[in-house]
Design a protein around this ligand. Structure first.
Ligand SMILES: *Cc1c(COP(=O)(O)O)cnc(C)c1O
Ligand code: SF4
Length: 346
């Protein structure tokens, strides 16, 4: 496997070089720091939404009550690098590198760590053998790290080996590259990916400031290659915990032909507590979306339950039922009694 050339973790601030403070460096010695030049240039001022996502914060070290792998991904790995939680789909971790190490990453325990590049050839062989021997698997999700950190030839190898397995119907790639290193999305990459349809890409925008000419162009290239695009955002304090920000993000994505798929409640991952907002606030944000903007732009709000119990979607209103009457709340807040009419079965 070959990685594409990694950008050096350099930030420029008002023309001059930016250096991490001593305390930020102590954080970076535990959780690696890296930011692509492109992404660093999106920072407008210290503490803004882009800054918070990529600059180490001492609060990462204060969090000592959460665990590194609450979703039990390691336990659910039948072979290294493969997570098999749902019967019909698996996650294949093909890289532990990314252009930016997001401070809130759910795989904080392994991204950017040295030495541990999950997909050595032997692990790939074992993962492919496992998938081949498990006909229930229809859907393989490439994740990491960022799968697009692999160079085109390595990615082609992985995709070919998966496409070779008849029961693998769908391939998905989860990648933040369109957001963090859009120049990686080249016409050649898109042409190569289009050989493996049906192939889906889910990307990861968290803030409207990440929608730029370059990231838009990356999405356009992928969409023009016939790749359906989805987006998974994470609710983050001080980044997107605001209904106007989320509305602008979701409608902006739809204009890029990116369908908002999930908004994730932050996983209970060690080192990320300072980003978490209460579920009640997340529900308020969803309420501010549903009905107010195109339904196409409204994602599912999900909690990924600890211990690998899976994702559960949350709705802003509980369903109230009395006999055949459902009490439903409209997007404008009105409570409506809706009588179900069903024809008795004969
Ligand atoms: C999220 C996830 C999936 C895919 O779930 P979908 O709801 O189908 O997108 C599969 N396996 C694991 C381990 C996951 O975390
Ligand atoms: S790009 Fe994804 S995998 Fe990489 S650090 Fe960010 S959230 Fe984690």
């Amino acid at each position: 496997m070959h990685y594409i050339v990694e950008e050096s973790p350099v930030l420029r601030k008002s023309g001059g070089p930016f250096e991490l403070s001593e305390s930020q460096q102590s954080v970076a010695s535990v959780y690696p720091f890296k930011v692509s030049r492109y992404y660093a240039d999106l920072i407008k001022s210290p503490g803004d939404a882009i800054w918070r996502q990529c600059i180490p914060d001492v609060e990462e070290l204060w969090d000592d009550f959460q665990i590194a792998d609450p979703l039990a991904e390691t336990i659910l790995s039948p072979v290294p690098g493969l997570i098999h939680r749902y019967p019909d789909r698996v996650v294949l971790l093909v890289s532990n590198r990314c252009p930016v190490y997001c401070r809130f990453c759910m795989r904080k325990r392994h991204v950017g760590t040295t030495g541990e590049v999950p997909l050595d050839p032997e692990s790939l062989d074992r993962a492919v053998s496992y998938i081949r021997a498990t006909p229930a698997i229809r859907d393989v999700i490439l994740s990491g790290g960022d799968p697009l950190m692999l160079d085109d030839a390595s990615l082609h190898t992985v995709l070919s080996r998966l496409r070779d397995i008849r029961h693998v119907r769908i391939i998905r790639i989860g990648t933040r590259i369109p957001v963090t290193m859009p120049e990686r999305v080249t016409p050649e990459l898109c042409r190569m990916l289009s050989l493996f349809h049906p192939l889906y890409v889910n990307t990861h925008f968290n803030h409207p400031d990440e929608i730029t000419d370059k990231s838009s162009q990356a999405c356009e290239l992928l969409a023009n290659a016939g790749i359906p695009l989805g987006n998974q955002s994470v609710l983050l304090r001080g980044v997107n915990d605001d209904s106007t920000v989320m509305r602008n993000l979701m409608t902006g994505l739809l204009e890029l032909r990116v369908k908002p798929y999930y908004i994730h409640q932050m996983d209970l991952v060690k080192g990320t507590a300072h980003f978490r907002i209460p579920v009640s606030q997340g529900l308020e944000i969803i309420r501010a979306l549903r009905g107010h903007i195109s339904g196409m732009a409204v994602p599912h709000y999900v909690i990924d339950l600890p211990e690998g119990k899976g994702k559960v979607a949350l709705l802003p209103e509980p369903i109230e039922m009395e006999g055949d009457i459902l009490y439903l709340r409209t997007y404008q807040g009105e409570r409506i009694a809706y009588r179900e009419i069903t024809i008795p079965q004969v």
